[in-house]
Design a protein around this ligand. Structure first.
Ligand SMILES: Nc1nc2c(ncn2[C@@H]2O[C@H](COP(=O)(O)OP(=O)(O)OP(=O)(O)O)[C@@H](O)[C@H]2O)c(=O)[nH]1
Ligand SMILES: Nc1nc2c(ncn2[C@@H]2O[C@H](COP(=O)(O)OP(=O)(O)OP(=O)(O)O)[C@@H](O)[C@H]2O)c(=O)[nH]1
Ligand SMILES: [Mg+2]
Ligand SMILES: [Mg+2]
Ligand SMILES: [Zn+2]
Ligand SMILES: [Zn+2]
Lengths: 207, 207
């Protein structure tokens, strides 16, 4: 309980700090392999075309795979390895952004550790919280994880291009989401083929 | 630390209890939506044909979707909702098997909560621990989660039928697994189309 309270206080401070630098920030939570890095890579390139400077903090249990993929886009990025922890917390973000020049940044993307349970309890002080899932995980995944879909401002259902190969009915998932969060925003994407990403940028209210 | 020690002791007792009843037991860990329930459903039917009686304990954060899918196969099954916890522990299993008649059971399948981090720290007293992932999560997923692939006796890479649709090279994943666990058993499956399941039954040493 004390851990959650301390994290909440840190998140309030983080949000003020990011506002002082006029940085819009987004926490991308989601299941393992749902397409978080792919979506961030695509958004970074779309924003470059509009002269908007992005930076990223990438959380993973181990390794720097996601870090290297995002670094290749020529933006500031920090890698955070969480080891035994299955979520990022605000304290880790505080350390990560010490190495980022916030005056050179308009938008900060944080990629959380793949997990649909614990990240819900650890706000990071970002402007919006997003949860990204994909069709390939089965069409019951939304109703099985009500908490994270309730606390997230935006939900993204990715890989709609291959739903038929896993016998998934996208409408079932949309219905489950509506029941859990009637006024929430659910965006359907196929990040591989650049489908739905304009809607996502709109929903994020970056521009 | 005390939690892990208490769980370890409970696991030793559980393993003795299952042995007393000559029940072979398996802990199916894995990522969300990797195909854990699908694989258990298929194995249950394969064992029925050989007159081997299976039972199951199914762990999910919320809901009874998986429970209903397995119950439909006419076997004893117990549902465990973990709420805020992202893994099963042995204490939960002790309660669940109170409702199962172990004298009527040859094989016990436990489906863990979808997560590649915490379940590694909580052995359940089963004969073998299995980790199930799928191609659709990306080909970096094994090297990103070295601990669970080290502690699991068997790894299953499922959904090999659709690897090409997510630009995944199965050989990369096999190579990563070999580096982490040179003498481990990795089985490639397409559970939807009954591919690789005989090899899995062999690897589990059920018969
Ligand atoms: N067909 C298809 N494949 C996709 C799509 N989005 C991502 N992929 C593939 O899905 C796999 C996982 O994508 P990532 O972007 O690495 O997913 P992630 O959520 O960042 O994964 P982790 O950080 O490991 O949890 C990769 O093989 C991608 O090529 C999509 O919309 N359609
Ligand atoms: N194409 C294909 N689809 C599969 C395969 N195995 C499972 N699926 C599909 O993948 C989705 C998820 O399967 P489940 O068996 O529910 O996965 P799970 O690991 O039990 O999921 P959770 O319990 O929610 O973590 C479903 O839509 C299945 O139809 C496979 O080998 N190939
Ligand atoms: Mg990623
Ligand atoms: Mg399941
Ligand atoms: Zn957790
Ligand atoms: Zn965890």
């Amino acid at each position: 309980k004390d851990i959650l309270e301390a994290n909440r206080r840190a998140a309030v401070e983080m949000s003020e700090r990011l506002r002082e630098h006029s940085v819009k920030s987004y926490d991308f939570m989601g299941s393992i392999g749902s397409g978080k890095t792919t979506i961030i890579e695509k958004l970074v390139e779309m924003l470059k075309k509009k002269n908007i400077k992005a930076a990223a903090v990438v959380g993973d249990v181990a390794g720097d795979d996601d870090y290297r993929r995002i670094k290749a886009h020529g933006i500031q990025v920090e890698n955070v390895n969480t080891g035994k922890e299955c979520h990022l917390d605000c304290h880790l973000i505080e350390h990560a952004i010490e190495h980022i020049d916030l005056d050179e940044v308009d938008v900060l993307f944080i990629e959380n550790v793949g997990n649909l349970v614990c990240p819900a309890d650890f706000p990071l002080g970002t402007e919006k919280r997003i949860v990204i899932i994909s069709t390939t995980e089965g069409d019951d995944i939304i109703r099985k994880h009500p908490v994270i879909f309730t606390i997230a401002d935006i939900a993204v259902l990715n890989k709609v291009d291959i739903a038929e190969y896993v016998d998934v009915d996208v409408n079932v998932m949309v219905g489950d989401y509506r029941r859990i969060k009637p006024h929430g925003k659910l965006t359907l994407t196929d990040a591989k083929h650049d489908v739905g990403l304009d809607e996502l940028i709109d929903a994020l209210e970056i521009l």
